[in-house]
Design a binder for this molecule. Sequence first.
Ligand SMILES: Nc1ncnc2c1ncn2[C@@H]1O[C@H](COP(=O)(O)OP(=O)(O)OP(=O)(O)O)[C@@H](O)[C@H]1O
Ligand SMILES: [Mg+2]
Length: 170
Amino acid sequence: MKYVVIHIFFIYNENGDTRMMDYKITVRNEEEMMEIAQNIESEKFPNMVICLDGELGSGKTVFVKGFAQALGITEVITSPTFNIVKEYYSGELPLFHMDVYRLKSGCQKFGFKDYYTKGGISIIEWSELICDCLPEERLDIEFKIIDENTRVLKFKPHGKDYEDLCSSTL
Ligand SMILES: Nc1ncnc2c1ncn2[C@@H]1O[C@H](COP(=O)(O)OP(=O)(O)OP(=O)(O)O)[C@@H](O)[C@H]1O
Ligand SMILES: [Mg+2]
C-alpha cells in the first residue's frame, strides 16, 4: 500500500483567514510596468487609493502613466512634483495624481482626505511622507531598483477590497 503525504501550508493574516499578505513581482522593463498598472486598473472602483513608495527613478510615474492610459485619459501624464496634485477627468473615472515629495506644509493643511471621497482614484507618489493623511484602506506598492531595467514591486493590501484586488490581478 502506498501512502501519499500532502503538505498544505496556510498563511494566516491578522483576520485569521488564509489570504497572503504580501505579493512580490519582478518587472523586467517599462512596458511590463505599464501592463501591471493596467491589470490593477481593470479592477478599479471609485475612491480607490494607491500609494507608491520607493527611490527616485524606480518607476512610480511610469506606473501612473500605465494606469492613466488604461483609464482612457488622453492628456500626457507628467509628474505633479511642483503642483503636488494633478487632476484628470477625461478617463472612465477621475484620476488624482499626487506627488508629495516637495510638500512643505503639514499634510493636514493640504486637504488630501477630500480627494479620497470624490469618487475618483488617488495615486500618491512618496506616500510615506504623508502617513498621517492616508486612509486606513488602501493599496501600498513599494518599488525597488534592482538594475537598469529591473524593478521589484511589493504589494501590500489594506482592507478586503484591496486584498481581493491583489488576489485577482497579481
Ligand atoms: N522596469 C521598469 N519599470 C519602470 N521604469 C523603468 C523600468 N526600467 C527602466 N525604467 C526607467 O526608469 C525611469 C523611472 O522613472 P519614473 O519617473 O517613473 O520614476 P519615479 O519613481 O516616478 O521617480 P521620482 O521619485 O523622481 O518621481 C524611467 O526613465 C524609465 O524609463
Ligand atoms: Mg515620479
